[in-house]
Design a protein around this ligand. Structure first.
Ligand code: 13P
Length: 287
């Protein structure tokens, strides 16, 4: 069932778990995430970065594929199709293309410009029943060409953005896209607590979900995080399983080169990673 992300995240916040956003890259990725959500009876958010949207030929293709796949695979759990780290133009394009949720990432603008642009996107998206995520304090590291400095968000600025009627807020708390370096200081829970208090019940989003230890995930959920984004970890699982298949020479046995066979171990590996995350986030049987 394709829905916006608002109700599933309000429910998650109230019941003390988080919904996973898993970024998709192609048909196999999308199918793996959707089937796992259904098997786990879990709500799910499919994340599409601007780079991944372009790779899949455009947002219309993505929206059509996801809509048809939800129908033809009989996916009954709540599924949101969400733009990840969208620009102002990208968010507008996804709203037009049939996404059910968008992130407008104005964290690299000054706070006044972030407020003004977020406000416009909220008005447009909400007039069509589409949910909106905004960002304050950039997420560190690089994802699909979007680079952030990794600032810790200011609680007052979070309150200003939350007051615009957004549905959920991404706030930098020392989290980073991609693998965490060995000398990573961990999440800033003091900052998270301040943001939670300043935003009064707003579901918060934790980006950079790859490699965050389980105890930090649990603690962030207890402090208001209701959505956790995972991208790199599925890529790593897919790559490792595919490498193992090829290194074992399986692509040269029988019709092992058939793409449906060649991509199968990676597909199964994504499913296992998504299941593990849904169990950790507590969203199993919460559909
Ligand atoms: P990772 O790639 O670190 O899992 O981060 C995903 C993310 O935050 C997408 O916005």
């Amino acid at each position: 069932m394709l829905v916006n992300a608002r109700d599933m995240l309000v429910k998650a916040k109230n019941e003390g778990y988080a919904v996973g956003q898993f970024n998709i890259n192609n048909l196999e990725w999308t199918k793996a995430v959707l089937l796992t959500a259904q098997e786990c009876n879990s709500p799910v958010i499919l994340g599409v970065s601007e780079g991944a949207g372009k790779y899949m030929t455009g947002y219309k293709t993505v929206a059509a594929m996801v809509k048809a796949m939800v129908e033809e695979l009989n996916i009954t759990v709540p599924v949101a199709l969400h733009l990840d780290h969208g620009s102002y133009e990208g968010a507008k394009k996804c709203i037009e293309a049939g996404f059910t949720s968008v992130m407008f990432d104005g964290s690299h603008y000054g706070i006044e410009e972030n407020v003004a642009k977020t406000k416009e996107i909220v008005e447009l998206a909400h007039s069509l029943g589409i949910s909106v995520e905004a960002e304050v304090g950039s997420i560190g590291g690089e994802e699909d060409g979007v680079t952030g400095k990794g600032e810790v968000a200011d609680a007052q600025e979070c309150a200003m953005i939350a007051a615009l009627g957004i549905d959920f807020l991404a706030a930098g708390i020392g989290n980073i896209h991609g693998k965490y370096p060995a000398n990573w200081q961990g999440l800033d829970f003091e900052a998270l607590e301040k943001i939670k208090n300043a935003t009064e019940g707003m579901p918060l989003v934790l980006h950079g979900g790859t490699g965050i230890p389980a105890d930090m995930i649990k603690k962030s959920i207890s402090l208001g995080v209701a959505k956790i984004n995972v991208n790199t970890e599925c890529q790593l699982s897919f790559a490792a399983a595919t490498r193992e298949y090829i290194e074992a020479g399986k692509d040269q046995q029988g019709k092992g080169y058939d793409p449906r066979k060649l991509l199968l171990p990676g597909f199964e590996a994504i499913k296992a990673t998504v299941k593990e995350k849904m169990e950790l986030f507590g969203s199993v049987n919460k559909a």
